[in-house]
Write a protein that binds this ligand. Structure first.
Ligand code: NDP
Ligand code: 13P
Length: 324
């Protein structure tokens, strides 16, 4: 099978490597011609995932037509906030039935839309979401990783999962597209919270409380956004929450860590939870859901609340039943 990967950042490159290990032929598209030239010359993506040879099954290209003309499936791996700009560029090169696998983890800041909602505005092609606990560096090195591919048509999700899977990359399928994408989008907000708690030295007990109560908020909000609550118990939900709330390898956790330590966040890598937090807080209000941790993260990011005040506010909320 020939796959196109749109976006040669860390995750796009790692997914291209995963597909190549699954013996697929891959076109890896980047908008930056200089980066493509360097990848072709050196055989690695030094900008985004250094030290991992791309191999001969991956063809880097800056030409969308070359990337897409013979693609049988397309993985879209650019940040959530850029999907509205990138997706229409693909449309002229895509045959109608080519599946689009959306890999961004975020909610569009200005609209509250998940990636598949944004895509649906510009394409009638079948849509899928790939999500779950998976650091690009781990996948790039071929370390064992499990993810989930979601689509309304679970047979199609299964087909893509089979094409992407190898001895080191195990893809499950799920018929709940919304659940798969909502889990991945929302967990980033709690990774920010967990990082901030670690940076502020709040201790391991606070971390566990944040992750557990964060999971309750995640499941509540994701369910209101159309997810099956059982999906949130899986890889794209609980799985990704556990990974990114416990490791500074997560860029969202690392961003929170800097926030908690009172350090500058300038120059840090992409943290999708930052644009997602405020809109998630807004969606929670719209759906009448209590989301004190999402609110606290939003207020801290906006500079309207200190971490100390957030802790006090969370700890002095009225006592209640542990509604999970
Ligand atoms: N890294 C990881 O471990 C994982 C990441 N993800 C998700 O994957 C998505 C991408 O993350 P990741 O690859 O790590 O991020 P990176 O910051 O490493 O890469 C982002 C890529 O998107 C490209 N890009 C950004 N804006 C545009 C645009 N307007 N048009 C075309 N290309 C654009 C960038 O190009 P340029 O370099 O030219 O700016 C870059 O190649 C995020 O939603 C993230 O949450 C999911 C699972 C794991
Ligand atoms: O989504 C991820 C792992 O599953 C990557 O998390 P970060 O974007 O926080 O690094």
């Amino acid at each position: 099978m020939t796959l196109a990967v749109i976006g040669a950042g860390a995750w796009g490159t790692a997914l291209a490597l995963a597909a190549a290990r699954a013996e697929q032929s891959v076109r890896l598209w980047a908008r930056d011609g200089t980066q493509v030239q360097a990848m072709r010359e050196t055989g690695e993506n030094a900008k985004a995932l250094p030290g991992v040879p791309l191999g001969s099954a991956i063809l880097p290209t800056a030409d969308l037509s070359e990337a897409l003309s013979d693609a049988e499936a397309v993985l879209v791996v650019v940040p959530a906030q850029t999907l509205r700009q990138v997706l229409p560029q693909l449309a002229p090169h895509l045959a109608p039935l080519i599946p689009l696998v959306l890999c961004a983890k975020g909610i569009e800041r200005d609209t509250g839309l998940l990636p598949s909602d944004i895509a649906r505005e510009t394409t009638a092609n079948p849509l899928l979401s790939l999500s779950g606990p998976s650091f690009a560096a781990d996948v790039g090195r071929g370390l064992p990783t499990a993810v989930v591919v979601g689509a309304q048509d679970e047979a199609l999700a299964g087909e893509i999962a089979r094409f992407m899977s190898s001895g080191s990359f195990r893809c499950y399928s799920n018929g709940d597209l919304r659940g798969v994408e909502a889990g991945g989008a929302l967990k980033n907000v709690f990774a920010l919270a967990a990082g901030a708690a670690a940076g502020a030295g709040l201790g391991a007990s606070a971390q566990a409380a944040l992750v557990t109560r964060g999971f309750v908020e995640l499941r509540r909000l994701a369910t209101r956004l159309g997810a099956n609550p059982e999906t949130i118990m899986g890889l794209s939900g609980l799985g990704d929450l556990l990974l990114t709330c416990s490791s500074a390898q997560s860029r969202n956790f690392a961003y929170g860590l800097a926030l908690g330590r009172g350090e500058s966040r300038e120059g840090l890598k992409l943290a999708e939870g930052v644009p997602t937090a405020g809109i998630a807080a807004h969606l929670a209000v719209q759906h009448g859901i209590e989301a004190p941790i999402i609110n606290a993260v939003t207020e801290i990011l906006a500079g309207r609340l200190t971490i100390g005040d957030a802790v006090e506010a969370l700890m002095t909320r009225p006592l209640k039943s542990e509604d999970i």
